[in-house]
Design a protein around this ligand. Structure first.
Ligand code: FAD
Length: 390
């Protein structure tokens, strides 16, 4: 028998449906966005089910590993404001969990003096009242002697920058969501979504219907929601881990997170959560997909990362490990947080573009508001679906 729900069309898939369960809120994907949304909905007394195709904390998507950069420096004032608001949300989450989740290390934006993007960092932080400091080459060498930089380089130091941790945050969000009654099912794959008054999701464990559905499927969003396929691109990114012989200068209190404004577009972390300094370089963006991806670090990326380290942080030795991660990008590096073009009862969430983790707790609040039909002050117009997808 084909599955029917009120006036909905029959579910298109051919497989046999085993169970039909109904929940108030169904969330697909226990990455940063889905976990934060599930927690916020559960905290607000809603019935929530969160399904994840792999196990919690897995390393096949975007939200894993010891560290992500938190920073306020955005040239776009609305993102800068969003980051400031996110800081308050991190503090709320820390209070709710009784655990630190944001570590202030300070941040260095480094590059040749006068680089326009470096100037933008300085002016955006100044506009926020975030007390940025300009460090010329001499001041930089005195304060952060770990760096060996060309004489024409300078830095913008931002005191508010620091580290947030996917592995810790996701664990905390799952624990808190469960403590508020959310059901979290691991190893359950959403196979197909049927929009409607009560959206239905065919999963590997049967069909689940809901009053509201949040699809926070990261790199698998284009497959689950074909309307987004032409909008989102999925690329492979890599991190390399370098173990310093003398670890003291690279501890979080001595070595700020950093971003370089040069041909490497490098970003990195002190030895936080692991004994190594973690570094990424944005020199190549191989297009891939959630299922079709490789776990191999492209040779060109590994080489660029090693060259960067030898040139600028030469006292650290060879790479001891590398890992890959998926970045799902929306046009302009924006996020998508919007109703499904054919169904108000479905919220699509793609807040990645390589910089979304810092907003996690705030995005949870925002997604919960969307699911409850409320307007949230940080639901930015830029998160809407562009015309091509509607
Ligand atoms: C290398 C790298 C560096 C980054 N650096 C930073 C940084 O410094 N600062 C920062 O703020 N952000 C950074 N980001 C971005 C940040 O990590 C992402 O914004 C965030 O992790 C995205 O989370 P998500 O929930 O959207 O996706 P994901 O974490 O991928 O979650 C999606 C989940 O949905 C599940 N799923 C998918 N399809 C299905 C299905 N059909 N059924 C059931 N479950 C499904 C997946 O298994 C996955 O668990 C970085 C990202 C990468 C990859």
């Amino acid at each position: 028998m084909p599955f029917r729900l009120g006036s909905l069309k029959p579910v298109r898939s051919a497989f046999r449906l085993r169970t039909v369960k109904h929940v108030q809120h169904l969330v697909i994907g226990a990455g940063a966005a889905g976990s934060a949304a599930a927690y916020q909905l559960a905290r607000r007394g809603q019935e929530v089910m969160l399904i994840e195709q792999f196990s919690l904390g897995h390393d096949k998507g975007s939200s894993f590993g010891p560290s992500r950069i938190f920073r306020l420096a955005y040239p776009e004032p609305d993102y800068a404001g969003l980051a400031q608001a996110a800081l308050a949300s991190w503090q709320l989450l820390e209070r709710a969990s009784g655990q630190p989740l944001y570590w202030r290390t300070g941040g260095l934006d480094l590059g040749p003096a006068g680089t326009p993007s470096l100037e933008e960092v300085y002016s955006s932080l100044s506009a926020l009242g975030a007390a940025p400091e300009r460090l010329g080459h001499r001041a930089l060498s005195r304060r952060f002697p770990q760096w060996r930089l060309p004489p024409d380089w300078e830095a913008v130091y931002s005191p508010e920058a620091g580290i947030v941790s996917p592995q810790l945050t996701l664990r905390v969000l799952a624990e808190l969501a469960r403590s508020h009654g959310a059901q979290i099912l691991e190893g359950v794959v959403a196979l197909e979504i049927e929009p409607g008054q009560r959206p239905a999701v065919n999963t590997s464990a049967g069909t689940i219907t809901c009053d509201h559905l949040i699809v926070a499927a990261g790199a698998w969003l284009p497959r689950l929601v074909p309307e987004l396929a032409s909008l989102l691109s999925v690329t492979l990114a890599a991190s390399s881990f370098y173990r310093p012989t003398d670890s003291a200068p690279f501890q979080p209190q001595n070595f700020p997170v950093f971003i370089t404004h040069d041909e490497f577009q490098a970003y990195g972390f002190p030895a936080f959560g692991v004994p190594e300094v973690k570094v990424g370089v944005d020199v190549l963006r191989p297009v891939t997909s959630g299922d079709g991806r490789s776990f191999e670090v492209p040779e060109q990326v590994a080489q660029a990362s090693d060259t960067f380290m030898r040139r600028f942080l030469p006292q650290i030795g060879e790479a001891t490990a590398r890992s890959t991660c998926l970045i799902t990008r929306a046009p302009g590096g924006d996020f998508v947080i919007a109703a499904h073009p054919a169904c108000e009862q479905i919220t699509l969430a793609s807040p990645c573009s390589g910089h979304g983790f810092k907003f996690t707790p705030l995005l949870g609040e925002l997604l919960a508001a969307q699911a409850l039909g409320e307007r949230h002050p940080w639901q930015l117009p830029r998160f809407a679906l562009p015309a091509q997808a509607t």
